[in-house]
Design a binder for this molecule. Structure first.
Ligand code: FOL
Length: 202
């Protein structure tokens, strides 16, 4: 039995993607994602679990995501992921993907993150939190408050309406991730202005 953390960046309408990719290019937010999902004690690695579409949405030069065990879910278990890297595993369903962490936890694996997309967020949020089964007990949500990214075609489920989530304080968030995180961040360029707020729920 393992507990997983969802990590997601979403607009106020829960938009997470458009045209099979992220709606924005927010380098600092992306660095935060990389830092949170990579942070592990010496000699151990985190697991990042993703659906096939999310795998394909990651630029080829960034995948597999380095310093993390990448687990890709597809019903097509003979899918060609285009890599022979040992840090990528292909699994046929959510439960076998989630089992990777408990199988390796005693030795080299640390935390498990579910990194999307919408199908996987929905499926994993629907798992009951039972002491004997895999489940999600934490959501690291970055709210993208800019109106510039409202044109989304993929949405994460409105998890706050479904479960019994409580918002953690910002210092609890920082304690859990293990480093300082700007609470709200305003980014500016000639074209866009956005506000990013990091929220933790458990
Ligand atoms: N959660 C949050 N908070 N932000 C995100 O952008 C995000 N993205 C996904 C899932 N959860 C998220 C899925 N999409 C990369 C690209 C797309 C992606 C996830 C990761 C990626 O290329 N990551 C590199 C960062 C490279 C860089 O620093 O620019 C990595 O090493 O993690």
């Amino acid at each position: 039995m393992s507990r997983f953390t969802i990590i997601v960046a979403a607009t106020k309408a829960n938009g997470i993607g458009v045209n099979a990719r992220l709606p924005w290019r927010l380098p600092k937010e992306m660095k935060y994602f990389a830092q949170v999902t990579s942070a592990a004690p010496e000699g151990r690695q985190n697991v990042v679990i993703m659906g096939r579409n999310t795998w394909e949405s990651i630029p080829q030069k960034f995948r597999p995501l380095p310093k993390r065990l990448n687990v890709v879910i597809s019903r097509n278990t003979s899918l060609d992921l285009g890599t022979s890297d040992k840090s990528v595993l292909l699994k046929g369903n959510l439960n076998s993907a989630l089992s990777v962490l408990s199988e390796g936890q005693s030795t080299s694996l640390n935390r498990g993150f579910i990194i999307g997309g919408a199908t996987l967020y929905t499926e994993s949020l629907a798992l009951p939190l039972s002491p004997t089964e895999h489940g999600v007990d934490r959501v690291l949500l970055t709210r993208i408050l800019s109106p510039d990214f409202e044109e989304c075609d993929v949405f994460m489920p409105d998890f706050l309406k479904q479960g019994d989530w409580t918002r953690s304080t910002h210092s609890e968030l920082q304690e859990w991730v293990g480093f300082e995180v700007p609470e709200a961040f305003v980014g500016e360029s000639q074209l866009t202005q956005y506000v990013q707020t990091n929220l933790g729920y458990r």
